[in-house]
Design a protein around this ligand. Structure first.
Ligand SMILES: Cc1cc2nc3c(=O)[nH]c(=O)nc-3n(C[C@H](O)[C@H](O)[C@H](O)COP(=O)(O)O)c2cc1C
Length: 276
């Protein structure tokens, strides 16, 4: 099994040590081939916020080739580990830049069938700031996020007792990820995953010419058919589907209270609003 570690950290820092410890423990449990992809080895210009990837399609991104070189590696892997230290209560800039370039995946997920584990290196106060963007991106992009772990390996010498605690925490996490990798059941989406599907579906209905790429994706997956419950076939209860449909109506009502429906339906491309 091919495991790709997406490294949003320096090559010589503590996060590298943490991920290597985790993947070594994983490798003791199962036959894996691990590759480390350091975002710092890739030239990825800063996201300019043109919205082309979201509205027109990722190929229209001015940095498409640079971002695609990274995404291809993710696509070739069976499973991924996504790692970042905490910088200013968030992920590193280099990781955030990659998430921005690949955020369109949360509108048009494509990484289904791949499992992910998230690893952070930070103090407990940074937990939300680092985990939220990584988990939102990974699960939004279609990965099954099997878990997440953080340790605080700061640039100071730690006591042996502290190191043992970190080793234990990482070994348990690796064992859990190993168990998830061996269990090849179909992903069971959470309500949040269903809610995203319904939200984008209703937005595509309201603004097909603005959300051009999303609309094409939703048409391609036959999303408007009543038998299509999510992006891909999955275990979704009748109750969850009902809640999703109710939520879709609610989102539609809310959006219609905010936008000019007639003009939105006819609009093409990204709309820029003038306040004066
Ligand atoms: C630019 C920068 C910002 C940081 N911001 C924080 C922070 O907000 N809170 C914190 O506890 N540590 C912060 N740190 C410390 C790192 O999270 C910590 O040193 C971590 O171990 C670095 O991982 P590395 O060794 O893999 O580079 C920051 C470090 C850097 C370089």
């Amino acid at each position: 099994m091919k495991v790709l570690a997406l490294m949003g950290c320096s090559k010589f820092g503590n996060t590298t040590e943490i991920v290597r410890y985790f993947t070594d423990r994983l490798g003791e449990r199962m036959d894996i081939e691990v590759e480390y992809l350091y975002l710092s080895d890739h030239k990825l210009d800063l996201c300019v916020g043109c919205h082309n990837c979201i509205f027109l399609g990722e190929k229209k991104c001015p940095h498409y080739n640079q971002a695609d070189a990274i995404e291809r590696r993710l696509m070739e892997a069976d499973a991924v580990v996504i790692a970042s230290p905490g910088y200013m209560f968030s992920v590193t800039g280099i990781m955030k830049n990659f998430l921005d370039h690949s955020a369109y995946n949360c509108h048009r997920p494509k990484y289904f069938g791949k499992k992910a584990y998230i690893i952070g290196n930070f103090t407990k106060w940074q937990k939300k700031g680092v985990f939220i963007p990584l988990e939102t991106w990974a699960s939004g992009a279609g990965f099954e996020v099997c878990g997440k772990v953080f340790v605080d390996m700061l640039p100071f010498p730690a006591t042996e007792k502290e190191l043992d605690k970190k080793r234990k925490k990482l070994s348990i996490a690796a064992r859990k990820f190993g168990e998830s990798l061996l269990n090849d059941g179909v992903r069971k989406p959470k309500f949040g995953d269903i809610a995203i599907f319904h939200s984008f579906r209703t937005l595509c209905r309201l603004a097909p010419g603005i959300l051009e790429a999303d609309s094409a994706y939703f048409n391609a997956i036959n999303a408007y058919d009543k038998n299509t419950l999510w992006y891909v076939p999955a275990k979704i209860s009748k109750f969850m589907n009902l809640m999703g449909n109710l939520m879709e109506r609610q989102v539609r009502r809310q959006v219609l209270g905010m936008i000019d429906a007639e003009r939105t339906e006819k609009a093409r491309g990204r709309h820029l609003t003038k306040l004066q």
